[in-house]
Design a protein around this ligand. Structure first.
Ligand code: PEP
Ligand code: MG
Length: 757
C-alpha cells in the first residue's frame, strides 16, 4: 500500500509524535500512544517496539496490534527471529512474506502468525543498538523506500526517548535497558594507576534538543549552509598548508574533503531533513547509521574511512549547533576521566591536573607522546580501546586501571568496591615505595644501579625529590616546543633549563637536544610532508642541516648551566661522523661563551642516544669518542624489528626479551664498559621491573624511567640476585635452542626467586 502524500506521511507522523512527547503522561502511556500513531500513519495493523536490555535480550515494550499481554513478557535473544536479526545486523529488514523467512520465529503469546508483511528497523544511538521498531501488515505488501526511511526517522525519536532515561523506569528490577548497561573494555596500558571518576568526552557529543523540524525548508537551508561552510573551512586548511595545527595530516583532511563532497552522504542528509528532522537530528541519524556499519566492519581500511566520515559528521554537527569541538574546562568535574579518539600532548596539558583522574583513548600506543605525557603527569591511561567514545555518555561513572588496561563503564557496585579496594592497596604500595625513597638501589649480591628520571615538563620536576631519583637521565627538551603555540624564545628555553638544574640540585641532568620530526610535529615549524616520517628528516638530522636551531638551543643550555655540571646528548645519531659534526657545533658555542665573556659550565659531557641500528656496527668507535651512551630502546626496538612503535598491531609482535635484542643490548653495554664510559638506557623498557633486572644482568648500571616506575623497579632490584640471572641469560643465549623469547625462562626465574614483579 503506497504512502500518503508527503505532508500526510512522515512529517505529519513526526508532528504527532512531538505532541505526544510533550504530553505530561507516564512512560508506558506515551509509548502506547506512539505505537498507535505509527501504526495509523503507516497504515499497518501492527507496530511494536522492542528494547535491548543490558543482558542482550530484546524485550517487547509496547505494541499496537499484537496481544497486549505480551508486553514486557515476550523476549528475544540477539540473532533470534526477525527482530533479533535486525538487532544483530543493525540494518532494516523489509519482507513481504515474513513467515517463510528462514529466521522467522513464532512467539505464540503475541498472536502474530496472521501477519505476512514485516518491516523492522534498528533503533540506534551513536551507532549502538538500543532497540528494534517493527510494523506489520496482514496482507502481503512491500514497504516502499520512503516508508523504510520514515520508520528509521521515527526510530530516532525513540532512541532519544531511551537516551533521556525515561524508559528505564519501565524496566523490571535487575533488567536494565542496554543504554545503561555496564561494560568492561580492554585496551593497552599507557600509564599505570587506578582512576575512579566520571566521563568527560574530549570532544563532547552534541546534545540535540530539537529533533523534529518546524519548517523543513529552512532546515534544508541550514544544512546546505553548514555543509558549504564546512567545505570552505577544509579547503582553507588544505590550501594554507597549516596542517599540523590540531595534529591533522593532509591525508585525513583530504579524506574529509572527499566525503564533504560525497553525493551519497549529502543525499542521505537531505532525505533525513525532508522526512521532517531538524538539520542536526538528520546529521545525527545518518551518523548513527554510519557508526553502526563501522562497528560491524572488520576491514581495517574501510573502518578507518567510516571513522573519518564519523569525524566529519561531528564537525558538521558542531557547526550547526555553534558549539566548541573540545570540552569546556570550566565544566570539568572533580574526578574527570577524559575520553578521546586521539589527542595530542598539549591538549592533555590543558586540562586541570587537580581534576584529572584518567585518560582513555581509542588510539595511541604505549610509546606515543601522549602516553609519555600521561606518565609524566601521573595520570592512569589506557589506549587502543575500540570505539570507546561511542559507548559512553558524558557524566557516566567509569573506572580505569592503567596497569592492566581495563576500562569499566557504568560499573556494577561489586566492581566499584573491588576497585576502591585496589586503589587503597595501591596507595599502600606507593607508601612502601616512598619509604624506599632514600634507599640506594643495590641488588642482593651487591650491584648498585642508579635510577634516574625521564622528564620534559615543569610538572615533572617535583618528581625528582618525591622519587629520590639519582638524577634526570633524559630531559626531553622537545616537549616544551611541542606544547608551545610558537617557537620558544631563547630566554624561555634558558629559564626552563635553569629550573630543571635548580630542581635537580647536585644530581646530574642529561638534556637531550631537540628530537623533533617523525611523530613529534611542531605546528609552527613546517618540515614538509614525508612518506615515511619515522625514517625521515628528524632529530639530529634537522639539527645538522639547519644548525641555527641546534646552536640556539645549545647556547641556551650552556648559559643555563653556567658554573654547573651539565650533560647533553644528541638523538637519533646514525653514524659516528654525525656525532663529530654535532660536537663541532657544540664547540663553536663553547667558543662563543668565551668570546663574549660568559661563564662556562663547570663540567660538560656529551653523549649519544643509541637508537638507530647502523650505530651498532660502529659502537666501539662511538664509545671511544662520546662521554656516555644512552640507549633509546623505544626507537631502537622500532628500527631493529622494523615495527612501528605507534602501531597497536605491532605492539606485541616482537619481544625485547627475544635473543636478538638481548644480544644487541649486551653488545652496547660491553662497548661502553670496554671504553670506560657510562651506558644508560632511557626508553620505556627500563621502567618495567622484569626488563630492568634483565638490563642490569646485561651490564647496565644506570636506567632512566618515568617517575611512577622508580619505586617498583627499585623494589625488584633490592630483592634480586643478579649473578644467577646473568648466567641463566648467557647460557640461554649461547645454547642455540629454538626460542621465540626468553621471557618465560626469565619470568620463571623471577618467580622461583620470589621477586616482587
Ligand atoms: C627512545 O627512543 O627510547 C627514547 C627514549 O626517546 P623517545 O621516546 O623520546 O623517542
Ligand atoms: Mg627516541
Amino acid at each position: 500500500m503506497p504512502m500518503r502524500g508527503a505532508l500526510g506521511g512522515p512529517r505529519l507522523l513526526l508532528r504527532r509524535l512531538r505532541e505526544v512527547m510533550a504530553e505530561p503522561v507516564g512512560a508506558q502511556v506515551r509509548l502506547d500512544k506512539i505505537v498507535v500513531i505509527i501504526a495509523a500513519n503507516m497504515v499497518a495493523e501492527v507496530c511494536s517496539f522492542y528494547v535491548m536490555r543490558a543482558d542482550g535480550t530484546l524485550e517487547l515494550f509496547a505494541t499496537e496490534g499484537l496481544k497486549r499481554e505480551a508486553v514486557h513478557v515476550t523476549t528475544m535473544r540477539q540473532g533470534e527471529g526477525l527482530v533479533g536479526m535486525i538487532a544483530a545486523e543493525a540494518e532494516p529488514l523489509n519482507l513481504s512474506d515474513a513467515q517463510n523467512h528462514p529466521a522467522y520465529s513464532y512467539k505464540p503469546e503475541t498472536g502474530e502468525e496472521i501477519y505476512q508483511s514485516f518491516l523492522g528497523v534498528p533503533v540506534l544511538r551513536a551507532g549502538n543498538l538500543l532497540g528494534v521498531l517493527v510494523v506489520q501488515n496482514r496482507a502481503s505488501r512491500t514497504y516502499s523506500e520512503e516508508e523504510v526511511e520514515a520508520l528509521q526517522t521515527t526510530a530516532m525519536v525513540l532512541a532519544e526517548m531511551l537516551a533521556s532515561g525515561e524508559l528505564q523506569a519501565l524496566a523490571r528490577p535487575g533488567q536494565d535497558i542496554a543504554l545503561r548497561k555496564s561494560l568492561h573494555l580492554g585496551g593497552q596500558s599507557l600509564a599505570d594507576g587506578v582512576g575512579l571518576g566520571h566521563v568527560v568526552l574530549h570532544e563532547p557529543r552534541v546534545v540535540i534538543g530539537n529533533i523534529i523540524a518546524d519548517d523543513p525548508g529552512s532546515e534544508l537551508k541550514r544544512l546546505e549552509e553548514s555543509l558549504a561552510d564546512l567545505r570552505a573551512s577544509l579547503d582553507q586548511l588544505l590550501d594554507r598548508g597549516d596542517l599540523a595545527h590540531g595534529g591533522e595530516h593532509r591525508e585525513v583532511l583530504e579524506t574529509f574533503r572527499m566525503f564533504a563532497h560525497d553525493p551519497g552522504w549529502m543525499r542521505r542528509l537531505r532525505e533525513a531533513v525532508t522526512s521532517g528532522l531538524t538539520a542536526e537530528a538528520a546529521v545525527e541519524r545518518v551518523q548513527s547509521d554510519n557508526r553502526a556499519r563501522m562497528l560491524r566492519q572488520t576491514d581495517p581500511y574501510l573502518r578507518e574511512r567510516l571513522h573519518d566520515l564519523d569525524e566529519l559528521a561531528n564537525r558538521l554537527l558542531h557547526r550547526l549547533m555553534g558549539q566548541e569541538l573540545v570540552a569546556k574546562q570550566s565544566a570539568l568535574p572533580d574526578n574527570a576521566i577524559v575520553i578521546a579518539r586521539s589527542m595530542g600532548p598539549a591538549a592533555l596539558l590543558d586540562y586541570d591536573r587537580a581534576k584529572l583522574r584518567g585518560l582513555v583513548l581509542e588510539e595511541g600506543g604505549p610509546t606515543s607522546h601522549i602516553a609519555i605525557v600521561a606518565r609524566a603527569l601521573g595520570i592512569p591511561a589506557v589506549g587502543n580501546v575500540d570505539n570507546v567514545t561511542s559507548l559512553v555518555e558524558t557524566g557516566d561513572a567509569i573506572i580505569i586501571d592503567g596497569g592492566t588496561a581495563d576500562v569499566h563503564i557504568r560499573p556494577q557496585p561489586d566492581v566499584e568496591s573491588a576497585f576502591a579496594e585496589k586503589a587503597r592497596l595501591r596507595a599502600k604500595r606507593q607508601e612502601q615505595y616512598r619509604r624506599l625513597r632514600d634507599v640506594p638501589a643495590v641488588t642482593q649480591d651487591g650491584v648498585t644501579v642508579d635510577l634516574h628520571l625521564n622528564a620534559g615538563l615543569i610538572v615533572d620536576l617535583a618528581h625528582i625529590d618525591e622519587t629520590g631519583a639519582a638524577g634526570v637521565g633524559l630531559f626531553r627538551t622537545e616537549l616544551q616546543f611541542m606544547v608551545a603555540e610558537k617557537l620558544p624564545r631563547t630566554n624561555e628555553q634558558i629559564e626552563l633549563y635553569r629550573k630543571v638544574l635548580d630542581a635537580a640540585g647536585s644530581r646530574p641532568v642529561t638534556f637531550r637536544t631537540l628530537d623533533i620530526g617523525g611523530d613529534k610535529v611542531l605546528p609552527y615549524l613546517l618540515t614538509g610532508e614525508e612518506e615515511n616520517p619515522a625514517l625521515g628528516w628528524r632529530a639530529i638530522r634537522i639539527g645538522l642541516d639547519r644548525p641555527g636551531l641546534l646552536r640556539a638551543q645549545l647556547r641556551a643550555l650552556l648559559k643555563a648551566a653556567s658554573g654547573r655540571h651539565v650533560k647533553i646528548m644528541f638523538p637519533m645519531i646514525s653514524t659516528v661522523d654525525e656525532f663529530h659534526r654535532a660536537r663541532d657545533i657544540f664547540e663553536r658555542e663553547m667558543a662563543y661563551l668565551t668570546r663574549h665573556g660568559y661563564e662556562h659550565p663547570a663540567q660538560t659531557q656529551l653523549g649519544v642516544m643509541v637508537e638507530v641500528p647502523s650505530l651498532l656496527f660502529e659502537i666501539e668507535e662511538m664509545a671511544r669518542c662520546a662521554d656516555f651512551l644512552s640507549v633509546g630502546s623505544n626507537d631502537l626496538m622500532q628500527f631493529l624489528f622494523a615495527a612501528d612503535r605507534e602501531n597497536p598491531a605491532m605492539a606485541h609482535r616482537f619481544d625485547p626479551l627475544a635473543p636478538a635484542p638481548l644480544r644487541v643490548l649486551k653488545h652496547i653495554a660491553d662497548a661502553g664498559r670496554k671504553a670506560g664510559i657510562p651506558v644508560t638506557l632511557c626508553g620505556e623498557l627500563g621502567g618495567k621491573p622484569l626488563e630492568a633486572l634483565v638490563l642490569v644482568a646485561l651490564g647496565y648500571r644506570a636506567l632512566s624511567m618515568s617517575p611512577a616506575s622508580i619505586g617498583p623497579v627499585k623494589a625488584a632490584i633490592l630483592s634480586a640476585q643478579i649473578a644467577p640471572l646473568r648466567m641463566m641469560i648467557e647460557a640461554a643465549l649461547a645454547d642455540g635452542r629454538r626460542v621465540t623469547t626468553l621471557r618465560p625462562d626469565i619470568a620463571a626465574f623471577a618467580a622461583a626467586h620470589d621477586l616482587p614483579l
